[in-house]
Design a protein around this ligand. Structure first.
Ligand code: FAD
Length: 398
């Protein structure tokens, strides 16, 4: 079965990949892409890295809409979804299938001061222009974006303070124990990292802190996380719960509606729970499943999530998904330049351990092997896994 009209809402990586996958799998019907931004699709990961350091200005994904046979309506955000059409302020776009790929938007803090966020290419270019030698930059949030931005800003000669409410950087993603290993990176780079420091509000010229404290800054960037961009779907009847709720085939709760990328909350068979993944790799691969299922397939999306970050001269990579109850195991000395950390959960049947997640610092080989071991679900020998001289793949038990 081949539907006649597919409307893709969102002109980011997931939106573009959906169009490419549909054509790659032989779909010959109409494809319309609605994009809130007037720019054609571009990559976001370099915005805090090479672009912020001044090594490139354009991160375009070089989409060839005419070769793909895509009618692109850029700068035309979707405002409403009905049972069979998407409405913008201009037009109504009827569909047989619609793919929601509207990504995520940064959370802002209260206050009347000027606060920047970092999601779009334009925001990144404007911020870069403001980061001059001696600029006092306050970054709120020591997560992935905050760490990368601090790295680039120091290289641009700024005086950087990172203010974090939790006890450690990356505490939300990795937990406090693993996150603490990165504190020394900030110190060595000359970044003033203030932990356990909530911010009350952003005001003109600085941050208001609880108890009357004040942190003066020339530029303020709020990097405390994102939320799925699903406000336009209110009233559509679509099930929304921390994103567009989908089944394992990325099908949303209304007929003909799919979701992919940062905005999709999909049922993961592997982890036995719903996952919403805010990583590039997820926006790259989910659309293949969406396209297959639009074309009548029965594919399931069940990745081992993968993410990378470049901070303070290190390549930090993470694969899998771990929860509070999983056991942390060091592989190498976290005070060294290169090391990994593993999280172990109970193996299937409760007999022994299995690798559920892995963090690597400048050890891409551990990451590649670890991701495969996680994917296999096979039990591992913790003693062998903890020995950095033994390849991760050779820690599989039996
Ligand atoms: C600065 C930065 C650095 C990053 N670095 C990394 C990294 O190192 N590694 C990694 O794995 N991931 C990284 N990410 C995350 C990664 O970029 C995202 O996971 C990825 O962009 C998600 O793609 P997406 O297409 O789902 O969403 P998006 O890229 O957000 O694209 C969604 C698009 O939909 C548009 N849209 C929104 N609402 C509407 C509407 N109503 N109608 C029409 N269009 C709409 C938006 O304007 C946007 O263009 C980074 C993200 C940022 C912001």
């Amino acid at each position: 079965m081949s539907a006649e009209r597919v409307v893709i809402v969102g002109g980011g990586l997931a939106g573009l990949r959906t169009a490419e996958e549909l054509r790659g799998k032989g779909y010959t019907g109409a494809i319309t892409m609605l994009g809130a931004e007037s720019r054609p699709p571009y990559d976001r990961p370099p915005l805090t890295k090479k672009l912020m350091r001044g090594e490139l200005d354009d991160t375009s994904l070089a989409a060839d809409f005419s070769a793909l046979g895509v009618t692109a309506r850029l700068g035309e955000p979707a405002k409403e979804l009905t049972g069979d059409a998407v409405r913008t302020g201009h037009e109504e776009y009827p569909f047989d299938n619609v793919v929601v790929a509207t990504g995520a938007e940064p959370v802002r803090l209260p206050g009347s001061g000027s606060q920047r966020v970092l999601r779009t290419l334009d925001e990144a270019l404007e911020l870069r222009a403001a980061l001059r030698p001696g600029t006092r930059l306050a970054v709120i949030g020591a997560g992935w974006i905050g760490a990368e931005l601090a790295t680039a800003a120091v290289a641009r000669g700024c005086r950087v303070t990172v203010v974090e409410a939790a006890q450690a950087p990356l505490a939300g993603a990795l937990g406090v124990t693993a996150g603490r290993t990165t504190i020394g990176w900030y110190q060595a780079a000359g970044v003033d990292l203030r932990l356990s420091q909530p911010v009350s509000s952003v005001e003109a010229g600085g941050l208001a802190l609880p108890g009357g404290g004040w942190l003066a800054a020339d530029e303020i960037v709020t990097a405390v996380g994102v939320r799925p961009r699903t406000g336009w779907l209110a009233g559509s009847g679509l099930a929304l719960d921390n994103g567009v709720v989908t089944d394992a085939g990325l099908r949303a709760s209304l007929p003909g509606v799919f979701a992919a990328g940062d905005c999709a909350s999909f049922a993961s068979r592997r982890y036995g729970r719903r996952l919403r993944v805010e990583h590039w790799d997820n926006a790259l691969h989910g659309p293949s499943v969406v396209a297959a299922n639009i074309l009548g397939g029965t594919e399931e999306y069940d990745p081992v999530p993968y993410f990378w970050s470049e901070q303070f001269g290190r390549m930090v990579q993470y694969a899998g998904h771990h929860a509070g109850g999983d056991r942390l195991l060091w592989r190498g000395d976290p005070a060294a330049e290169k090391w990994s950390a593993c999280w172990l959960g109970p193996a299937a049947g409760g007999d022994g351990d299995r690798l559920v997640a892995l963090l690597t610092v400048s050890l891409p080989r551990d990451l590649v092997q670890g991701r495969r071991v996680i994917g296999s679900g096979r039990p591992v020998d913790p003693d062998r896994l903890a020995d950095p001289e033994i390849p991760v793949r050779d820690a599989v038990a039996g």
